[in-house]
Design a protein. Sequence first.
Length: 339
Amino acid sequence: MHDSVTGDKRVNFANIDRHQVWIYLTAIAAGLAFGALVPQSKAILEFLVRPALGILLFTTFLQVPLLHIADAFRDRRFVIASLLGNFVLLPLLVWILLRWLPDDPALQLGVLLVLLAPCTDWFISFTQLGRGSAARAIAITPLNLLLQFLLLPVYLWLMLSTSAISMDLAIGSLLPSALALIGIPLLAAALTEVWLERKREGEIFAARQSTWRERLNWFPVPLLALVVFLIAGSQAETIPAAAPVLLQVVPVFVLFLISAALLGRLLTTLMRLPMAAGRTLAFNFGTRNSFVVLPIAIALPVGWEMAAIVIVLQSLVELFGMVFYLWWIPRHLFKNTET
């Protein structure tokens, strides 16, 4: 399988992933303080969110082997289990969890956006650190990315009430902006990968390419910190007032994390997968693609700011959850040493 990241460096990056939640919490606190102290900065902060998010998405997509979707199909049982979990069983779970949420269309939309999209970035790091199969994780990411783009509109149409959509949400005006914010970085990353593949022959260039990619692995951390700072600063008036409602969403995110890991264990048994593949499933099911769906929430009209705030909140809950996963999954849920 295609694996462009060495094990040692991926593990080091995963250690950063495990602790970066404190960076984001600091960024949020700083953003809230800045927005409260300088309320006139709201417009400029909102303007800066999109370019910062675009650069973040480019560095994120560049780590996904976009040109190697065929590699995912080498382990068919694992692929079937991954697709069944990510695109059938987990959406059913999300539909059930939706019933526990407050009747707030923006909040529900944010939850749907983030929980219906499988992760394509840091789950690879946590998979390796949690004794999963990084090769399988890397191979499945471009397929997960493609399918979530195709199926997410279908899920939203099925699960979000039509009255909520027609009330404020102009889908026709939303999609072009969101697709541009996602599509431009995705196209740039794909073209960059094509260029890198063509230049792969020379040993010197290959070494430089590897170093360059490894350096880019660190970019999402400060870039996401910048994005959450800008969002928190621009919504400094909204977030404190929304805190009681947001706290009602946290148990749903925690329940999703626990259920996702248990689903991974169930499918591992049913599909008779190796333990390393099962751990990979659990991390894949538990992590969501907050980076990629955030542009959709950012593109929403005035009055729907809660959706973006919910997505940021979920990413923080998820990072705490990954710390728990690193203890629970290899030592208890998938404690068999078989690989």
